[in-house]
Design a protein around this ligand. Structure first.
Ligand SMILES: N[C@@H](CCC(=O)N[C@@H](CS)C(=O)NCC(=O)O)C(=O)O
Length: 88
């Protein structure tokens, strides 16, 4: 994925007890990037926006907002790779 300088925000949908989320959150600790966290188990509205926007309730999922559009990136390794590249 290319790196758009006009990205306005990053939001990570996750839930407790998900090992893929733990790996992603762990990686996030060492990446200097601001990411809003949304726990879909603790808020049904977050779950609904994930399903509506991304197409499925799978976590982790990174929402990338850019130029008024949202891109929904699934798969923990793809998310980590994206965040590391972006922060580099
Ligand atoms: N290959 C995915 C696996 C993600 C995954 O299986 N997440 C589970 C929670 S641990 C999930 O969201 N399951 C519900 C679903 O897929 O609808 C990744 O690495 O992110």
């Amino acid at each position: 994925m290319s790196f758009n300088p006009k990205i306005t925000s990053l939001t990570l949908y996750h839930q407790p007890g998900c090992p893929f989320c733990q790996v992603t959150l762990g990686a996030l600790n060492s990446i200097d990037t601001e990411v809003e966290l949304r726990n879909i188990a603790g808020n049904s509205a977050y779950r609904e926006e994930l399903v509506k926007g991304g197409g499925k309730a799978q976590v982790p999922c990174l929402r990338i907002d850019s130029n008024g559009q949202s891109h929904w990136l699934y798969e923990s390794q793809a998310i980590i790779q994206y965040l590391r590249r972006r922060a580099a």
